[in-house]
Design a protein. Structure first.
Ligand code: SF4
Length: 338
């Protein structure tokens, strides 16, 4: 059976044909047709769920294959999204993660006139829904409206994942990211001005074609100035079919490895400063499960997406509890229930 990402929802049908006819099936679509709503799902957690609000991407970052395999950006109608979240809440969900490659451009191309921050406001009105998260935000499309909506909200979590990719404006241009180092730092300033307690995480690529020592120093400079709580770091790897696959000036493996290790150290250092300040405070966490290393401990997630381990009883799973933070371990904490 050969099929693609646009018709993966037809898996059961394709499987049925294969089993009943015995013949080989090839069903490849060049683009997505309609959204398929209300498919049955089995959720990993009964109390939280992802909700796709859009598919595809129009950005064509030069290193990325997503726009070629997922097609053009397409948003789901807001009524359908609200309806899905309502159904989830009725089913016991208290936290949703809105998903899209670039949620900040939600609404583009829809008949209804709606932005991402307006969608968030609609979802905020759903009774019983306690937390709203979203991912991923593209820095070039993050509006003042969205920052305002987050700051004013009781339900939107105090965390934003804002992929930087590189701190060098030259490299950002080669990546076709649509913002400069200064634009990015200005965004961080605006976000922190409205929400000083927010946790900001990022993605960074090291060893992109053309990256030299000066470019890398710009990345380190942003890491120091932005104060990321954590970062996902990647060594550039070529994706066949993307424009960057034809760029020839790859830095040497030694330079890339050295820069990568240096970046990890800088991120660890920056994260330490940010996380220490929570020790001694009491935070509300959603209990996600039993600690994988010690069954006497539970693992809970704070609004800022950081994890706390604390002694507790399984009955709390899926519930909100207050925990006093007693120790920081850098990217996670220990605490006691209060
Ligand atoms: S990196 Fe993200 S924004 Fe850029 S093309 Fe890929 S999916 Fe789109």
């Amino acid at each position: 059976m050969i099929f693609g990402t646009f018709n993966v929802y037809k898996l059961a049908e394709i499987l049925y044909s294969r089993l009943t006819t015995g013949s080989r099936i090839t069903d490849i679509w060049q683009e997505s047709r309609d959204f398929v709503e209300l498919l049955p799902t089995e959720r990993k957690y009964p109390f939280k769920s992802g909700v796709n609000i859009m598919y595809g991407c129009d950005n064509f970052c030069t290193y990325c294959i997503v726009p070629f395999v997922r097609g053009r950006e397409k948003s789901r109608g807001s009524d359908e999204i609200v309806e899905e979240v309502r159904r989830l809440v009725n089913d016991g969900v208290v936290e949703v993660m809105l998903l899209g490659q670039n949620v900040n451009s939600y609404g583009k191309g829809l008949d209804e006139d709606i932005s991402f921050s307006e969608l968030l406001k609609k979802l905020e009105g759903i009774e019983g829904l306690k937390r709203i998260r979203f991912m991923t935000s593209h820095p070039k499309d993050l509006s003042d409206d969205l920052i305002g909506a987050m700051a004013a909200s009781e339900k939107i979590c105090r965390h934003i994942h804002l992929p930087l990719q590189s701190g060098s404006t030259n490299i950002l241009k080669r990546m076709n990211r649509g913002y400069s180092k200064e634009d990015y730092l200005e965004l961080i300033r605006k976000i922190r001005e409205k929400m000083p307690d927010i946790s900001i995480t990022t993605d960074i690529i090291v060893g992109f074609p053309g990256e030299n020592e000066a470019d890398f120093a710009e990345t380190i400079d942003v890491v120091r100035k932005a104060g990321f709580d954590s970062a996902f770091t990647f060594i550039y790897s070529k994706r066949t079919g993307t424009p960057a696959a034809n760029f020839e000036d790859l830095p040497s493996k030694e330079d890339t490895d050295r820069r990568f290790n240096r970046l990890l150290e800088e991120i660890k250092e920056a994260g330490k400063d940010r996380t220490e300040f929570l020790v001694g405070s009491t935070v509300e966490v959603l209990v996600e499960g039993v600690n994988t290393h010690d069954e006497g401990f539970l693992t809970g997630r704070m609004s800022n997406n950081l994890i706390v381990h604390f002694p507790g009883n399984k009955d709390h799973i899926g519930k909100f509890v207050d925990v006093k933070i007693t120790e920081s371990k850098g990217f996670y904490y220990f605490g006691t229930e209060v």
